[in-house]
Design a protein around this ligand. Structure first.
Ligand SMILES: *Cc1c(COP(=O)(O)O)cnc(C)c1O
Length: 368
């Protein structure tokens, strides 16, 4: 018998979530963002659910090759562009559209030999201070690109730092939208501004409306502005379930502790289940006692420290639970029960993105 832990990828949920992005930005085309191996879901598996997208955005050239190997002939956008000059050969060969965010990338393009001019996305640093040309330098970069025979169409792109909430007590994107609009209003070309948070919260705002939105976390059912909003609020469905089983039960007398470090001490007699899931599976060790978990679809809590291969759960709300009972760590449980990955991430002091991406290679993954 294999160890009972497994991850399920719900391709119908991915397709549903993609439609949510379309509904939020009905005039835009949608990039499904599939970087980091489709946020841990697996490019090939995610593709089954997201093939209705207008294009795929990622940043690893090997992953772009995997998409082309799936026979995806549509647009692929390399979000960080070329890392070195020979990446441009792959862009030419595979027809990849690519970001241009610094002068070196323009130099490489100017020296690149190609018969097929490239579609490029000129990136503005509108305030995040990560990638892109400043608003002041943007026009000169555009003019330089526009003069290159290696360049076909120039589109314009920027990225928000605070689309999920406020910044310094103000609307989180207003300062970037203002900088963007001032510097681009008279430039031609398609535009792309919104990530998931901006798509959900701001896509209809004048100034954010654009030709393309970039739906990352929302495609996978993760909520970019949790806990202000949850998945039900945005009508998103979990794309990934992590589930396992109870492999032992214990009756813990009052005054005894559970797990490493004796961080939990029972104040009354307590029945617990021991689950085949630990931090070596990608379940965060930082989750404290009280982190929500489903046993046979019933919500209960974790008890004590998460160890490498196991964790313990309180069976008080599920007296019928026994060896072999199903445990949902996040995602879709039995009988329509749900446990948002964002809740687990929050308990661990992180975000759902990190948990999806950190699903461990030892966990077998099935397409559901
Ligand atoms: C990752 C990424 C996205 C997607 O962000 P989400 O918050 O997951 O929607 C969009 N644009 C760029 C440039 C990115 O790097």
């Amino acid at each position: 018998m294999p160890r009972p832990i497994e991850a399920l990828i719900h391709v119908d949920a991915l397709a549903h979530n993609l439609e949510r992005a379309r509904a939020c930005a009905p005039d835009a085309r949608v990039w499904a963002v599939v970087k980091a191996n489709a946020y841990g879901h697996g490019i090939e598996r995610a593709f089954e659910g997201l093939r209705g997208a207008d294009g795929f955005a990622l940043l690893d050239f090997a992953e772009a090759q995997r998409l082309r190997a799936l026979d995806w002939r549509g647009p692929i956008l390399m979000l960080e562009g070329a890392f070195e000059p020979r990446d441009l050969e792959l862009c030419s060969r595979l027809g990849l559209w690519h970001a241009v965010h610094n002068e070196a990338q323009i130099d490489w393009l100017a020296a690149h030999k190609t018969h097929t001019p490239h579609r490029v996305f000129l990136k503005m640093n509108s305030g995040m201070n990560r990638l892109g040309f400043t608003p002041r330098a943007f026009r000169a970069a555009w003019t330089r690109l526009n003069a290159l025979p290696q360049v076909d169409e120039i589109s314009l792109v920027t990225h928000f730092s605070d689309a999920d909430g406020d910044r310094f007590g103000q609307n989180g994107i207003a300062h970037q939208v203002a900088a963007w609009t001032a510097a681009t209003h008279d430039l031609p070309g398609e535009r792309s501004l919104a990530n998931s948070a901006a798509t959900l919260r701001h896509a209809a705002d004048a100034g954010v409306r654009a030709d393309w939105v970039r739906a990352g976390i929302m495609s996978y059912g993760g909520v970019p502005d949790f806990p202000e909003h949850d998945a039900a609020h945005w009508q998103l469905r979990p794309g990934m379930t992590l589930r396992s089983k109870i492999i032992a039960t214990q009756q813990v007398p009052a005054g005894e502790s559970v797990g490493y470090g004796s961080s939990f001490v029972a104040d009354a007699p307590l029945r617990i289940g021991v689950v085949a899931c630990g931090y070596a599976d990608g379940y965060p060790r930082h989750c404290p006692t009280g982190t929500p978990v489903l046993v046979d679809g019933v919500r209960t809590r974790t008890i004590g420290r998460v160890s490498m291969d196991m964790l313990a759960v309180d069976l008080t709300p599920v007296p019928a639970a026994q060896l072999g009972s199903e445990v949902t760590l996040w995602g879709q449980g039995p009988g329509g029960s749900l446990l948002g990955i964002d809740e687990i991430a929050r308990a661990a002091g992180t975000i759902g993105y990190e948990l999806m991406c950190a699903l461990a290679p030892r966990v077998p993954v099935t397409v559901a």
